[in-house]
Design a protein around this ligand. Sequence first.
Ligand SMILES: [Ca+2]
Length: 181
Amino acid sequence: MKMKTLVYCCLLCGLQPALLLAQNQIETYASSLQPGNMMALSIEDVRSSSHLKESAVLDHKVANLADGRIATAWVEGAAKQGIGEWIQFRAQTQQICMRNGFQKSKALWAMNSRVQSFAISLDGEPVGTLLLKDNMQTQCVDLTRFKTLSNLPIVKLTIKGVYPGSRFEDTCVAEIWSQGG
Ligand SMILES: [Ca+2]
């Protein structure tokens, strides 16, 4: 298989290309840096492959991804750590930001699994892998790192790898939003 070295170096993080990826796939890190004077805009048409419902009150539904509250999270509802489970939404700008893990408290964040990497597709086209850091800070990525965009895309993020929780296998994402000015 022909390999192309379309691996992006994250300029903001000073990271070096680490892997050669097949099929023009791009691997990039989300950056913890937030640009100034940017507004948070809600993502739209949010859906998921599954979610965890512990009870009527503790329903970790996909709407929790876009409710503006860091304390609530989408939690995948599949067996084990939810590899292959996905979330999908329409971005409002070309930059998306997120908070990884269950962020109601530092203890709960550590107990539950966090996303280590997402396979990312834009408007149905697989374009690469988004690598996340294992922290409670805001992480952002410019979608044009993966593909030139002529419109605001439908973004699909499929769990590819996780940072295991110390007690629970459930993988969580607290919030995702678009950032723009
Ligand atoms: Ca939330």
